[in-house]
Ligand binder design. Structure first.
Ligand code: PMP
Length: 425
């Protein structure tokens, strides 16, 4: 039995499903998860001593790759002075300034400890600021696991919502309406009927949690117009896309300015951080300035903020986003060529350095079309890649992330592995 397998057996005795976050358990692809011993650059090494080119990147934060020297040094230097004080520090101010400088829609920002907290707090703020309760989200959109956000459409469509998780009160789920991503007509129709009830629309401007699905032309603009027209707020959940699809996130890339933005992942450089922010008059509702309560023992944690600041400094170097575009495009090309020569239908959706290869004929524009993908084929592909030293997300409905640590040689290796793995399917 491998060391990973032994550890999984031990883990299953004391941790539900053996994991601290469900997708890590490999239920989407079958087989045994690998336990990671260390990471360096584009690679991870498991506890059995096997090394893989990593396209998970801790699910998005590691845009510089594993253990980049600048982050390791910043964290090491900071930790010598302690780990947390429960009192303000200069580093938090520098992080807030860096975010505000990069995101003109964010005049003020509050740091929290996860993306879940960022989204949960942003919707509380939106409800508090508008005095309305109804929230709109998109099917297949993930915004962390707060009660109001674990909801997708029931067969009644946008009107009658059912919770996605046991333990979420139906009464609360009823306050979340869901629509298909990219459904411009659906958005207009919902606002025509219920616009006066809607506190906010929350959206991943590039969906990353149904696999990668970009916004159709006009979709984000429609959300902007509908919310403005009805006194509702537009929340961009840029936990994945922030500092990923551009330094200024999807709002810079697509030129649509939300009222509130959620950040996470990259701004923590691989340590736990989230943030939410927006216009000054909206943020003035947050305690202690206003009556919307939100707090955190480790919020703005010095180690996490130091790691994040080091990451953002690296991302401000010239040519970084061109390089990410180049690496993303190469990965996409490698996958497409491999699929073509193997005669396997594959639709690759990519925005910059985040991409998903869906095992279906395209196009994939929303959750319904994403779910047409052949998950059994994905599972076989995943294991074929793993055997060839490439670690992909253990689920069809996730993004692959390319980092600045990936070399052209890494991508050639991955493309060769894909060609071989696909030819055996
Ligand atoms: N929003 C988005 C868009 C995410 O992708 C995620 C996590 N993958 C979250 C929120 C929740 O973040 P966390 O896991 O840090 O709570």
């Amino acid at each position: 039995m491998s060391r990973s397998h032994e550890l999984m057996k031990a883990a299953e005795r004391v941790i539900p499903g053996g994991v601290n976050s469900p997708v890590r358990a490999f239920r989407g692809v079958g087989g045994q998860p690998l336990f990671v011993a260390r990471g360096e650059g584009s690679r991870i090494t498991d506890v059995d001593g096997r090394t893989y080119i990593d396209f998970v990147g801790s699910w998005g934060p590691l845009i510089l790759g594993h253990a980049p020297a600048a982050v390791v040094e910043a964290v090491t230097e900071t930790v010598r002075g302690g780990t947390s004080y429960g009192a303000p520090t200069e580093l938090e101010v520098r992080m807030a300034e860096a975010i505000v400088a990069a995101y003109p829609s964010m005049e003020m920002v509050r740091l929290v400890s996860s993306g879940t907290e960022a989204a949960m707090s942003a919707i509380r703020l939106a409800r508090g600021a508008t005095g309305r309760d109804l929230l709109v989200k998109f099917d297949g959109g993930y915004h962390g696991h707060a009660d109001s956000l674990l909801v997708k459409a029931g067969s009644g469509g946008a009107t009658f919502s059912i919770p996605d998780s046991r333990g979420v009160p139906a009464a609360l789920a009823a306050l979340t309406a869901t629509l298909e991503f990219n459904d411009v007509a659906g958005v207009r129709e919902l606002f025509r009927r219920r616009g006066h009830e809607i506190a906010a629309v929350i959206v991943e401007p590039v969906a990353g949690n149904m696999g990668v699905v970009g916004p159709a032309p006009g979709f984000l603009e429609t959300l902007r117009d509908a919310t403005t027209g009805h006194g509702a707020l537009l929340i961009f959940d840029e936990v994945i896309t922030g500092f990923r699809v551009a330094y200024g996130g999807a709002q810079e890339r697509y030129g649509v300015r939300p009222d509130l933005t959620c950040l996470g992942k990259i701004i923590g450089g691989g340590l736990p951080v989230g943030a939410y922010g927006g216009r000054r008059e909206i943020m003035a509702n947050v305690a202690p300035l206003g009556g919307v309560y939100q707090a955190g023992t480790l919020s703005g944690n010095p180690l996490a903020v130091a790691a994040g600041l080091a990451t953002l400094a690296a991302l401000r170097m010239p040519g970084v986003y061109d390089r990410l575009e180049h690496l993303g495009a190469n990965t996409e090309r490698g996958l497409k060529e491999a699929a073509r020569s193997a005669g396997i239908p594959l639709t690759v959706n990519r925005v910059g350095s985040m991409l998903t290869a869906f095992f279906c004929d395209g196009p994939v524009t929303d959750y319904t079309s994403a779910r047409r993908a052949d998950t059994k084929r994905y599972a076989a592909f995943f294991h074929g890649m793993l055997e060839r030293g490439v670690y992909l997300a253990p689920s069809q409905f996730e993004a692959a992330f390319v980092s600045l640590a990936h070399s052209d040689a890494d991508l050639e290796h991955a493309a060769r592995a894909a060609a071989e793995a696909l030819s055996t399917l």
